[in-house]
Design a protein around this ligand. Structure first.
Ligand SMILES: [Cu+2]
Length: 135
């Protein structure tokens, strides 16, 4: 397969273009089908490379669970503030922070309530996907 070294080289060129301001467009002079294939490969490899370079990449959602006490709830705005314990999966210390959530999810929640919840975090933004009274 003579295509493989070529494909790898193109993927590397595309990766370079991803992380730097493009200085020329040599990589775009090839067939559109081949370019599409290599874009897919590039996206995967780029994501892996980003993981190695930035373990806490803000674009990548990570699911985690925590327990805490509800400090405030704004149902209409879909916001809830929780004083939560440490989140080992994300290397987060205990803290008080705001989460986003769908209004339906947090409608039954009351200030002062102890809750357990699941959320997905992107950098410092976190969205609650499940919340229930702590047992
Ligand atoms: Cu937090």
């Amino acid at each position: 397969m003579k295509l493989m070294p070529f494909a790898s080289t193109l993927a590397i060129l595309l990766l370079a273009a991803c992380s730097q301001a493009p200085s020329n467009d040599d990589a775009t002079t090839h067939g559109s089908a081949a370019t599409a294939d290599n874009m897919a490969m590039s996206a995967t490899e780029h994501a892996q490379m980003a993981d190695r370079e930035k373990p806490a990449s803000p674009e990548r959602a990570k699911n985690a669970s925590a327990a805490g006490t509800v400090e405030s709830v704004d149902i209409a705005a879909g916001k809830i503030t929780i004083a939560h314990g440490p989140v080992e999966a994300l290397h987060w210390p205990a803290m008080t922070m705001g989460f986003t959530a769908s209004p339906e999810l947090i409608a039954p929640v009351e200030v002062g309530q102890k809750v357990q919840f699941d959320f997905e975090a992107r950098g410092m933004t976190a969205r609650i996907t499940r919340i229930a009274p702590a047992q």
